[in-house]
Write a protein that binds this ligand. Structure first.
Ligand code: AP5
Ligand code: MG
Length: 222
């Protein structure tokens, strides 16, 4: 099973992918998390990635494709994977199609999350994340705060705010999404694998509602 999380920053890709990983048992692989881990560890990849991420730009395709290609060869994702934040350009999508075709695999579902822009900005500035790579739980200090302020409910780590979660960078991230990633909606619609879900307070539909519906639909298909 190959599921792709598509959607602008802050639409809930990480939140929904984490819930689906728990429900379905397929590994969530977030390119953003891979870059952030490398930035934290000060690797060469981290230095390169930081120079793009801090401006709200995309890391170059060749670098990103190579990382995902290697990750797709690892044993823990052979039964299924939830790709969170990849692909993000048409070139990445085409490369992924080739990689999967060579393995005799195909994409089962592209989950396209949508949220009104004003809600996105509100969510991003109030997001806090658990920095523990085994946990990575996402909170929102307004909508979904931890039980104890600043502390992860699940593992007790101190929560952090992402460096790119400020109003200026988020505007540039949204512009990058519109320009480079949004064409993938049409790309995957044409492949017949797109499922669009609005996740918004306005319609009282949360990430967990989407994850529950998808779990039900996938289990019904079997
Ligand atoms: P990445 O880490 O993927 O960031 P992003 O796409 O900007 O998305 P976010 O992680 O900010 O948001 P999300 O959709 O996961 O939402 P979340 O669940 O956290 O990428 C970071 C950077 O890395 C990129 O800008 C780029 O530079 C680089 N990069 C990554 N992949 C790349 C690629 N393939 N190619 C090139 N460069 C790449 O939710 C957000 C907040 O909302 C949280 O506070 C959450 O609690 C809250 N929330 C979620 N759902 C709801 C809801 N329904 N109601 C209320 N609050 C909610
Ligand atoms: Mg995310």
């Amino acid at each position: 099973m190959i599921i792709i999380m598509l959607g602008a920053p802050g639409t809930g890709k990480g939140t929904v992918a984490g819930l689906l990983e728990g429900k379905l048992g397929y590994k969530q692989v977030s390119t953003g998390d891979i870059f952030r881990k490398n930035i934290q560890e000060g690797t060469e990849l981290g230095k390169l990635a930081d120079s793009y991420i801090s401006k709200g730009n995309l890391v170059p395709d060749d670098v990103t494709i190579k990382i995902v290609q290697d990750r797709l060869n690892q044993p823990d994702v052979q039964n299924g994977i939830i790709l969170d934040g990849f692909p993000r350009t048409v070139a990445q999508a085409e490369a992924l199609d080739n990689i999967l075709a060579n393995k005799g695999k195909k994409i089962d579902m592209v989950l396209n999350l949508t949220t009104p822009e004003e809600e996105i900005i509100e969510r991003i500035v109030s997001r806090r994340v658990c920095p523990n790579p085994q946990c990575k739980t996402v909170y929102n200090v307004v909508m979904n705060p931890p039980k104890k302020e600043g502390i992860c409910d699940k593992c007790g780590n101190e929560l952090v705010q992402r460096k790119d979660d400020n109003e200026e960078t988020i505007k540039s991230r949204i512009a990058t999404y519109m320009e480079q990633t949004s064409p993938l909606v049409e790309y995957y619609k044409n492949q017949g694998v797109l499922r669009t879900e609005e996740v918004s307070q306005k319609i009282n539909r949360l990430g967990k509602d989407v994850a529950n519906d998808i779990e039900r639909d996938i289990k019904n298909q079997k």
